[in-house]
Design a protein around this ligand. Structure first.
Ligand SMILES: [Ca+2]
Ligand SMILES: [Ca+2]
Length: 186
């Protein structure tokens, strides 16, 4: 490797180190483990009434990810306490605190978001039922907010999801049990 190539490599490594430092992750150790003062967290997010759990916004302090269809997310984080918030249109958001310890994984228990908050006011109530009623029978939905389970039509399942959660407010408990509402083949 000539002198010019070495110079470019040094500049590249310097920039890479700076980026790693700035985003708070640090550089990996020689054995591939994370640098001291860092760890990672995994979480499993499920949407009540759906088989596809994609599109949920997962926020950990300033970092954000969208879930894929399996609902799993993975974050590299600095050591310390963090707050995770998971939210989705039509659902009540959930939130919890957790601690990341040096070089150790944190596996949060699965969380199910409760469905039915059609108008996004963090409460499932009769106003949400009114939205579904106004769009009932439409496919595609005349009001996208009314399609609670995201199956492309507004029917009794959307109304049922609201009915079983009437009175619930966000944030909901992490890991709480949700009513299994949905098409068997969806
Ligand atoms: Ca609502
Ligand atoms: Ca629907």
């Amino acid at each position: 490797m000539n002198r010019r190539s070495l110079s470019r490599l040094a500049i590249f490594m310097g920039i890479f180190s700076l980026i790693c430092y700035c985003i708070g992750y640090g550089l990996p150790n020689a054995d591939g483990s994370l640098a001291d003062g860092n760890g990672w967290m995994t979480a499993h997010v499920r949407l009540e009434g759906r088989q596809d759990h994609s599109g949920v916004l997962v926020s950990v302090d300033g970092w954000q990810q969208l879930t894929g269809s399996d609902g799993y997310v993975f974050f590299l984080l600095p050591e310390g306490y963090h707050t995770i918030t998971v939210s989705m249109d039509g659902y009540l958001y959930a939130q919890r605190r957790f601690e990341v310890r040096n070089n150790r994984p944190v596996d949060l228990s699965a969380v199910t978001l409760f469905a039915g908050d059609a108008d996004g006011n963090r409460l499932v109530d009769f106003l949400d039922l009114v939205i579904v009623h106004a769009a009932f029978g439409s496919a595609p939905p005349s009001d996208p907010r009314a399609d609670i389970n995201g199956d492309g039509r507004v029917d009794i399942l959307d109304g049922l999801l609201i009915g079983v959660n009437l009175g619930r407010e966000a944030p909901t408990p992490w890991g709480a049990w949700a009513f299994p509402v949905g098409h068997a083949d969806s």
